[in-house]
Design a protein around this ligand. Structure first.
Ligand code: MG
Length: 285
């Protein structure tokens, strides 16, 4: 099953594709769920009722909607850095023995098709194609064995980074949180439709059609189950929280000469069996 969130004619909609095309309810519907993250929070029985209700809604013409990030206001967005060996190497870092974790704030999120914004203050605007997951069942001290039962679904993320700001200090928060840099979408695919942990899926990033990153999600150093176990040692993972799983090698910063995104560029991230996320770069006014 797939879920997406969109805007059309001034209304926000949530759509489901349960195998028969996209059907949606809009925000003028009494049972409008508001956010895909809120669907993730429902107990399975209630979720089934809501899915049925969405499924009876009007068909959606996907060519005439504005995509929004599936989850608008996740409680947490936990991101992994340097989670692929080749990427750690291109950053002159040894493979981490413990995941490099940083936070993104929801204010940086944009949907599929929305502009990635190169800020006024920097031209070091880099792409990072990544797998993202959304938690469906809350938990603390989740074991690796149980971890995948806590995942609601998977999507595609572009963890676009302002490299000079990111690398001014050892803490990456600033360079990872500019407005208009966290591209997420176009939809979430529920975990039951994918291999366990979304492992073994081909991930590819293209800049203006040229392949710049190519890997398998199995190349991650810390996989989805390990990551959930490690993060939940410290914090409760709530339904609707997101974990962004890190990017493989090929980022623009590590190239000689560097390859940064500029206004007019089109960046696409594809993950097999999930989706292609496509965004055009614009300059901040
Ligand atoms: Mg990243």
């Amino acid at each position: 099953m797939r879920f997406m969130r969109f805007e059309k004619d001034g209304h926000v909609g949530i759509a489901v594709d349960a195998g028969h095309g996209w059907h949606a309810r809009l925000d003028d519907d009494a049972a409008f769920p508001g956010d895909v993250g809120l669907i993730a929070m429902l107990a399975p029985g209630n979720r089934d009722v809501l899915v049925e209700h969405l499924h009876k809604g009007a068909a959606v013409d996907m060519d005439h909607v504005r995509f929004l990030p599936p989850c608008a206001r996740p409680g947490k967005i936990v991101c992994l850095g340097l989670n692929y060996r080749d990427h750690a190497r291109e950053f002159d870092s040894p493979p981490p023995k413990y995941p490099t974790l940083f936070g993104r704030f929801a204010s940086s999120l944009i949907g599929h098709g929305a502009p990635l914004v190169r800020p006024r203050v920097s031209d070091k605007f880099d792409y990072e194609g990544e797998l993202v997951l959304v938690i469906g069942r809350s938990g603390r001290h989740i074991t690796q064995q149980d971890a995948l039962d806590h995942v609601f679904g998977y999507g595609v993320f572009n963890d676009a980074s302002i490299r000079d700001y990111q690398l001014r200090t050892t803490q990456w928060t600033m360079g990872k949180n500019f407005d208009g840099t966290g591209a997420f979408g176009p939809w979430l695919v529920t975990a039951d439709e994918l291999p366990p942990g979304a492992a073994g899926l081909a991930l590819e990033t293209r800049l203006n059609g040229e392949v710049v990153q190519q890997a398998s999600t199995s190349d991650m150093i810390f996989d989805v189950a390990q990551t959930i176990a490690i993060v939940s040692e410290a914090m409760t993972l709530d339904a609707g929280d997101m974990i962004v799983m890190g990017t493989p090698s090929g980022v623009g910063y590590a190239r000689k000469p560097p390859l940064y995104m500029k206004p007019g560029d089109v960046c696409e991230v594809s993950i097999e069996r999930i989706a292609t996320l496509r965004n055009t770069v614009v300059q901040e006014a």
